[in-house]
Write a protein that binds this ligand. Structure first.
Ligand code: SER
Length: 595
């Protein structure tokens, strides 16, 4: 059975044999739920319909939903964990409940191929049901339904809420007990008794009986409408059907794996398997997230940050495999091939996926080289002091100054048998976040969209521009506002009239000269008075506290500023003014780009 055949088979079974309507996968980026970054389960986009909203397609629905979960990201690399996965689902919105849901599941699992089922032998199946607690009773009803199909008591385990209860993680809303279905993947015939702790029993499907609403106070109230939410793990079921130990050995991954091994030019060994799986898992996820119609591109916030983190981790593991060229787009291309028939949005958004990956790989190549070098630099001191942990502020400095992701710092540390003081790192991070948030509120007093490399460079360009304006127009020029995104800078300043094209050309030329001069950039902390005496420009009021940071760009510019900046003016490559205009009486605005 091919992957497409399994998807079709599931949908057809529920449409033709159980009266469901097929709906298409919702976006992987939740459209109406700002509390989570991704669609994490098939039920997620349907929540409004569980609480009473009528669904246009009716009360019985079935679909294949694209999902992303990032909470298990550290587990990826083993046989079963995937960041991106597909969930096959059938849904009852206030229609059928426990007995029918279990009957449908049982039939789809066990009916022979010609009757539309998977043809699993019940000897290889086991089940778990909710054991009951003070919130809800033991689910004998579910167990009895399984037993009515000839399942023995020994193959049914009753487990607590931790295992057999489902609701959107840690949140309020619809939830309920579930029953889970397991398939024996071990050697030889399955043991008579089901042991849920034996990893050879792989969970493949979960039927949730949504009967409760969890309130903000943690109470479980009965829902007005009872629903069924089921999720069959597509990858796991497919691996079983193909007789493979893991989905990484199925047609979903084999072409990409072959390509990866050609790129790495090595013979397969066990120790590489983990890196290979991480690379393939992460790049597949990135392909789907960027290939979604609401797709996002790598950045330092929200979904974009996850994309960046996944892509960068894949790139680093590529280095571990000895791949020295850019490769992520080559792997993504294969996933677009493998999945593009079913998920046509991947074909449609192909150019975006590939070009964004190329860009990200280039950006990260520079960051890795710098970050690893700086990491090596901190080691002697750590070892000298006989520390087993890299101090949090040292790690934060690597992150903040070099953009080196904390996850990579931790991985490098682990390779040296060191830990990272994550608690202190997180504290520093939070402090810094609060500061940037405060900065974001006062849009025109710092105004950086984020601290990405592009934004830093444009921030540096702003200082050069500020100084050049003063040189050409005069000392009456003061910064009145600044707003910087990764694409452009916007700088407002005091000046009574239009800046002429000749003046603009001179200003632009001065900035470009300073870029060509490759001026080193550094900052020093000093009191406001010291800064004034050194001739620094900037806002001198007390809000900076006693000490201020002064950024120096060679001898050309000295300015009071919180940072961050590029390391060298040469990083900016070139500078171009796009526009000069008035924003208010006596205030002009320049928009400019670099590179
Ligand atoms: N929501 C349940 C799960 O994710 C069943 O679909 O497992």
């Amino acid at each position: 059975m091919t992957a497409n055949e399994l998807r079709r088979k599931y949908i057809e079974f529920f449409v033709k044999q159980c009266g469901h309507k097929e709906i298409s996968s919702a976006s992987i980026i939740p459209e109406n739920d700002p509390t989570v970054l991704f669609t994490t389960a098939g039920m997620h986009p349907l929540v409004p319909y569980f609480v009473g909203e009528p669904h246009p397609a009716g009360k019985r629905l079935t679909d294949v939903q694209k999902c992303v979960r990032t909470d298990d990201i550290d587990e990826v690399g083993d046989m079963t964990h995937c960041t991106f996965f597909e969930m096959l689902g059938n849904w009852s919105l206030g229609d059928y409940f426990k007995k029918e849901a279990i009957e449908f599941s049982y039939n789809f699992l066990t009916l022979p191929d010609e009757k539309g089922g998977l043809g699993f032998d019940i000897k290889n199946l086991a089940f778990s049901c909710f054991a009951g607690d003070s919130d809800a009773p033991r689910d004998d009803e579910a167990a009895n339904a399984w037993k009515s199909f000839g399942i023995s008591d020994e193959r049914i385990a009753f487990l607590p809420k931790k295992n057999n209860w489902w609701g959107p993680a840690g949140k309020t809303g619809p939830c309920g007990p579930d029953t889970e279905m397991f398939y024996w993947t071990g050697e030889g015939s399955a043991p008579k008794k089901f042991d849920p702790d034996d990893a050879n029993w792989v969970e493949i499907w979960n039927d949730v009986f949504m009967k409760y609403n969890k309130t903000a106070e943690g109470k479980y109230e009965p829902l007005a409408q009872t629903n069924v939410d089921t999720g069959m793990g597509f990858e796991r079921t497919f691996a079983i059907l193909q007789g493979k130990k893991s989905c990484f050995e199925t047609e979903l991954f084999t072409d990409a794996m072959t390509k990866l091994r050609i790129l790495a030019n090595y013979e397969k060994t066990e120790s590489n398997l983990k890196s290979e799986r991480i690379i393939l898992d992460h790049l597949r996820a990135v392909t789907f997230i960027m290939g979604d119609n609401l797709g996002v591109t790598p950045s330092n916030v929200d979904q974009g940050y996850i994309v960046r983190r996944l892509a960068r981790r894949a790139i680093r593991h590529g280095k571990i495999l000895g791949i020295n060229e850019n490769f992520t787009d080559k792997i993504a291309e294969i996933f677009i091939e493998v999945y593009g028939d079913y998920y046509t949005e991947l074909q449609k958004n192909r150019e975006r996926i590939l070009s964004e990956l190329q860009k990200e790989e280039e950006k990260f190549a520079n960051t890795i080289v710098r970050g690893e070098r700086e990491f090596q630099r901190i080691l002697p001191e750590v070892f000298e002091k006989k520390l087993d942990t890299i101090p949090g502020d040292v790690a934060f400095n690597l992150y903040e100054t070099y953009g080196f992701p904390i996850e990579l710092i931790e991985e490098l540390a682990k390779e040296k048998s060191l830990k990272v003081d994550r608690k202190l790192f997180d504290e520093e991070y939070k402090k810094h976040q609060d500061m940037s948030r405060a900065g974001a509120l006062q849009k025109f007093a710092g105004g950086l969209a984020d601290h990405s490399e592009e934004v830093r460079k444009l921030h540096t360009a702003t200082h050069l521009l500020n100084k050049a304006l003063r040189q050409i127009l005069g000392d009456h020029v003061y910064q009145k506002g600044s707003n910087i995104t990764a694409e452009r800078l916007r700088f407002d300043f005091s000046h009574p009239q239009k800046v002429t094209p000749e003046e603009l050309a001179k200003i632009e030329a001065i900035v470009n000269e300073q870029i060509k001069a490759n001026l080193p950039i550094h900052f020093e902390e000093m009191t406001v008075d010291e800064a004034k005496n050194k001739g620094a420009i900037g806002v001198f009021d007390a809000k900076y506290g006693d000490k201020v940071k002064v950024y120096f760009m060679g001898d050309f510019s000295k300015e009071i500023c919180g940072g961050p900046h590029a390391n060298n003016t040469g990083d900016l490559k070139s500078f171009k003014i796009l526009k000069e205009e008035a924003v208010a009486s006596g205030i002009r605005r320049i928009k400019a780009v670099i590179g």
